[in-house]
Write a protein that binds this ligand. Structure first.
Ligand code: 26V
Length: 819
């Protein structure tokens, strides 16, 4: 009894206030009357944590005692978003906190806005990881999320003269109340050096790694609370620290400055999130990051989560490690190394275990996004792992040759080791061979993964491949982000939808109910007013009233085709300038962009510049009478998404077919009652199937049509010459209209479109413009629009990440919920 965790504070306004004041006084060391907003926010966070604490400790104890199979989610990125709102929701403390703070003369919203979100991810892949761990906690599934505690997350984007300028993301500067560091549980991670063979006591030939240097991984634990269910899982992020031995030697040699540099070198490993999310740069530091967090995580699970006498031959009965893309796949040779070199397993025994403990999710189709690590680099940093990878490849190729005798070409094609342009390890092939299952993230993507990216593998092991369509957490992205819609849904069908999103189907009949439509439209209008305030305060942007809110938010990438959206805007504007359209024929519309470009991605940055310059001119031109606006708030992040998406009328999902693996913003928009204008790509395909063609604006070539056009030879110039409207839009940019007369400022973007256009924006232009005309027609009939919007909400419950988790559990993990 004496060892039971301290109980939670009383679940009452009174109990809450006492706890809050106590935290403010003892943790922050200030009186309420002298406290800053930051003090108040930190004390509030601590208060809410205290309500979760006992449940967290209980969850850990119960899970360890039950000895059930858990999920180890291995991800280099977690794009968590703010924690406070989610913790209040999960504990049902919202009303109590609001009232309690009011009694203290404080405003909950102000304190919530004080939180700096942990932006430890680039975009879709990192946000998906955050949604998944939320769902697993809510569904009572044991899961440990493993990742990296970057000191600097995704950069803060600013605009200077319309150009993107990156600032460091100092998310830890004002305190980080949600994390629990455990330096005493640090793990040593080795690097470099060489391997040597020796004969052990039994006379067996063995190999050992003699590393050259090492760092410490310090675990930082985060609570992952389930929604109203008392479960609190753990997210464990690793931070790199210099080891004593490492710098002591140098200090002793008397080189103080060198020793401090060495410390910095070690701590660099978890210093910053790499902001590229499509072209692997083969940077040594990135490989260090990958191995660092994976080595810490495997060690942690084996040593701390399993009983001391656990027989590692049965490891697969207690864990399945899900590889979030190839970033953590160095875990495969690492587990082999641990089992063989440290635990005395034979190769066959070690492979028997290892080959059952991993599953791999692929998140891309772009060939340049597939990681290949040069064997030079890998061998220098992780010599033992490279040896093991070679041995895995030998075993693998023997299997291939056995299945296809004499087909040497195939063996070479499938080899985990590439020979060109330099010798390297194809991480996707290694993942595929080692994994029990390989999945894509939407139906089309999984099919293309089988047929185009890994055809030889899917031919050899058809059963290894499966699909799990992505999902998003309805807690954060509907319940929290859209309180008015949530209230309406609760009033109409009850509150069960939050954990059983398919129940949104019950809303369908209400699309025909004028009173429901009225309330639905009012919720959307409320969200727009809220967004207007946010953008005014945050960015000094004025959103006009009564506009169709046309939203394109996602990373800036050529394949996502922000440039196509831009051509549409310029074209509308050009038609007014040239008199082809009278201004009253223009549907009042505000286009909102949110997009970060990778700092080294020139075309993406030039596109941002162009969007901002077009926005400047369009927004200021009186000829448009304010009917067309372009807003580009800087630094789109999860926090802004939570305000933007609920306000959206139109969701732009316009990637070239076959390029967007899934998309998840598309799901968030549909679930919040935006209609999609989109290509037949990624999860758009499934969204359209579910909501119905009538309620989705499809345009553009299909993936097979794209492949055909590519094979025939695509020449964008022909589309430019052949389409007067397109030509006029491009010519307006070329004329210098958006660049103060400078006719060359945007050459890179425009000439790329005219002469290369890898993602065929010009080919899809006419179809896109036609689809936008259908959008405007529907929008003109406000009732019809609202009906479609309601049906989008009612029919997209499938896209809950709870359903994604059920799919992973059934098809891949074979774990059981606790209960
Ligand atoms: C790739 C790379 C390549 C090496 C450099 C660092 C780095 C960092 C991240 C990535 C991941 C790119 C893949 C990615 O984010 N895919 C997105 O995954 C989403 C979730 O499945 C999906 O919805 C998007 O369609 C897909 O683009």
């Amino acid at each position: 009894l004496a060892t039971a965790p301290v109980g939670a504070p009383p679940f009452s306004v009174d109990g809450f206030v006492k706890e809050f004041i106590h935290e403010l006084n003892t943790n922050q060391g200030v009186a309420l009357s002298r406290s800053s907003v930051n003090d108040q926010y930190l004390a509030l966070a601590s208060t809410v944590k205290n309500y979760l604490m006992a449940r967290w400790l209980e969850t850990g104890r119960k899970t360890r005692d039950a000895k059930v199979k858990a999920v180890g989610y291995l991800s280099a990125e977690y794009l968590l978003g703010r924690q406070l709102g989610n913790a209040l929701l999960a504990t049902d403390l919202n009303d109590i906190a609001k009232k309690g703070l009011e009694l203290c003369g404080l405003d909950l919203v102000t304190l919530r806005n004080q939180e700096v979100e942990p932006g430890l991810g680039n975009g879709g892949l990192g946000r998906l990881a955050a949604c998944f761990i939320d769902s697993l906690a809510t569904m009572d599934v044991p899961c440990i999320g493993y990742g990296i505690r970057y000191e600097y997350g995704i950069f803060r984007q600013t605009f200077v003269d319309g150009r993107q300028v990156e600032q460091p993301d100092t998310w830890l500067a004002l305190g980080s109340p949600w994390e629990f560091p455990h330096p005493e549980a640090s793990v040593q991670v080795n690097f470099g050096g060489r391997t040597e063979t020796y004969t052990d006591a039994d006379g067996t030939e063995r190999t050992r790694w003699v590393p050259e240097w090492n760092v410490l991984g310090v675990p930082y634990n985060y609570m992952v609370p389930g929604y109203l269910n008392g479960r609190v899982n753990t997210l464990r992020l690793w931070s790199a620290q210099a080891t004593k031995a490492f710098d002591l030697a140098i200090f002793n040699a008397g080189d103080y400055a060198q020793a401090v540099r060495a410390q910095t070198f070690a701590e660099n490993i978890s210093k910053v999130l790499y902001p590229e999310d499509s072209t692997p740069q083969g940077k040594e530091l990135r490989l260090q990051q990958q191995y660092f967090f994976v080595a810490c995580s495997l060690r942690d699970f084996i040593e701390n989560e399993l009983e001391d006498d656990f027989d590692l031959h049965d490891l697969d009965q207690r864990i399945i490690f899900q590889l979030n893309d190839t970033h953590p796949v160095i875990a495969v040779p690492e587990l082999m190394r641990i089992l063989m070199d440290e635990k005395g397993f034979s190769w066959d025994e070690a492979w028997e275990v290892t080959s059952k403990c991993f599953a791999y999710t692929c998140h891309t189709l772009l060939p340049e996004a597939l990681e290949v690590w040069s064997t030079d680099l890998l061998g220098r940093l992780l010599p033992r792992h490279l040896e093991i990878i070679y041995a895995i490849n030998e075993q693998f190729l023997a299997e291939v040759r056995e299945a296809y005798p004499g087909d040497e070409l195939r063996a070479r094609r499938m080899s985990i080791i590439a020979e060109f342009p330099e010798r390297g390890v194809r991480m996707a092939y290694l993942s595929t061979y080692a994994a029990t299952k390989v999945n894509g993230v939407a139906a089309l993507h999984s099919q293309l993964l089988r047929d185009k990216v890994l055809p030889d593998f899917s031919e050899l092991w058809p059963d290894k491949f499966t699909n799990v369509t992505n999902g998003v957490t309805p807690r954060r992205f509907v319940k929290m982000a859209n309180p008015k819609l949530s209230e309406l849904i609760n009033d109409t069908i009850g509150a069960g939808w939050v954990t059983d999103l398919e129940r949104l189907k019950e809303l369908e009949p209400f699309a025909e109910d004028p009173e429901f439509r009225e309330r639905f439209a009012e919720a959307k209008a409320w969200n727009k007013r809220r967004l207007t305030q946010v953008l005014r305060n945050r960015d000094g942007i004025d959103l006009p009233d009564g506009h169709l809110l046309d939203v394109m938010v996602k990373r800036l990438h050529e394949y996502k085709r922000q440039s196509l959206k831009l051509l549409h805007i310029v074209s509308l504007y050009e038609q007014v300038l040239s008199g082809k359209l009278t201004v009253d024929q223009v549907t009042p519309r505000t286009v909102v962009f949110g997009a970060k470009a990778a700092p080294g991605y020139k075309m993406a940055k030039d596109t941002i510049h162009l969007i901002n310059k077009v926005a400047e001119v369009v927004n200021a031109d009186p000829k448009l009478e304010g009917r067309l606006k372009v807003a580009f708030p800087a630094n789109y992040n999860v926090t802004l998404a939570e305000k933007l998406i609920p306000a959206a009328d139109l969701s732009e999902q316009i990637s070239l077919a076959g390029m967007e693996a899934s998309g998840t913003g598309n799901m968030k928009c549909a679930l919040n009652g935006a209609l999609t204008i989109g290509t037949d790509d990624g999860a758009n395909v499934e969204i359209r199937e579910l909501v119905g063609d009538k309620h989705f604006f499809l345009f553009g070539m299909s993936e097979p049509e794209v492949a055909d056009l590519g094979a025939k030879g695509y020449s964008p110039g022909a589309y430019y010459e052949g389409n007067a409207q397109l030509k006029a839009a491009i010519d307006l940019i070329l004329s210098g209209h958006f660049s103060g007369g400078d006719q060359h400022l945007f050459d890179s973007v425009v000439y790329n479109l005219l002469h290369s256009d890898r993602f065929m924006a010009l080919a899809d232009f006419q179809s896109y413009v036609d689809a936008q005309a259908r959008v405007e027609e529907r929008y003109a009939d406000r009732d019809a629009w609202t009906r479609s919007a309601i049906l989008n909400v009612a029919r997209t419950g499938f896209f809950s990440s709870d359903r994604s988790m059920r799919d992973y559990i059934q098809r891949i993990w074979h774990t059981q919920p606790m209960l």
